[in-house]
Write a protein that binds this ligand. Structure first.
Ligand code: ATP
Length: 213
């Protein structure tokens, strides 16, 4: 999926959340958003996810406005922008079973997919835990597994490296590259230079002053 951000900006009640920015991400590539706290990286990801609309400019996905209320956008975009909603009385595996069923996959092969999805992020041994029984890093790995589990043509990740140790950060970068190799477009905010170097085809510095070269 091609992402195009054309002079998109966001202001709410006079507060500037994001100064005008333009960006193009080609299918099967990873672009990392870098910049200081408060520069607008999360806001830009939210615009691309269609969670909120720009107050200036436009954001399109394959030429179509990003809008989470449009089933076409929801079908295409997997986003981890802050902690996802989880159920206190469902195990990690139960959450993935729910996602599997939502996407209409074959129930007979669901257990294998769930095991594989958790193993991808090294949390298969925690399949029967509740989310409140995890460490903060394990919770992040579960959230990533959940995001990876659904089909997507565009993956949006807000600081996916947070709370992960060095080995898990390196693994995350490998998994991003694997997704890109499969044709998925990835846009992520990241503060870690090693993850950025390993995962990014391109880096966009999000500027608080809005001055882009
Ligand atoms: N609902 C809101 N109303 C007003 N201002 C907001 C709102 N949400 C965010 N902001 C402001 O918008 C700016 C951009 O925030 P954003 O979360 O996009 O930054 P960020 O680059 O992701 O920062 P970080 O690296 O700290 O995660 C910040 O100055 C923030 O205080």
């Amino acid at each position: 999926m091609r992402v195009e951000v054309a002079g998109a900006a966001k202001a709410v009640d006079g507060a500037v959340l994001l100064r005008p920015v333009s960006l193009r991400v080609e299918p099967g590539t990873c672009t990392v958003l870098r910049g200081p706290n408060g520069a607008g990286k999360t806001t830009l990801l939210r615009l691309v996810a269609g969670v909120t609309a720009p107050t200036e400019g436009a954001v399109t996905l394959d030429g179509r406005p990003a809008d989470e209320r449009d089933p076409w956008t929801r079908d295409a975009v997997a986003a981890l922008l802050g902690p996802p909603a989880t159920y206190r009385d469902l195990t990690l595996a139960d959450h993935l079973v729910l996602v599997d069923a939502t996407w209409g996959r074959d129930p007979d092969t669901c257990a294998d997919r769930v095991e594989e999805a958790l193993a991808r992020f090294g949390v298969e041994g925690l399949a029967d835990r509740f989310t409140h029984e995890l460490s903060s890093g394990q919770r992040q790995l579960f959230h990533l597994a959940l995001t990876w589990f659904r089909p997507a043509r565009l993956l949006l990740l807000d600081e996916p490296e947070q709370r992960l140790d060095d080995d898990r950060r390196a693994r995350l970068a490998d998994l991003v590259r694997e997704r890109c190799a499969g044709g998925v477009t990835v846009l992520m905010a990241c503060h870690d230079p090693d993850v950025t170097a390993a995962a990014a085809d391109a880096v966009l510095e999000v500027r608080e002053d809005g001055r882009y070269p």
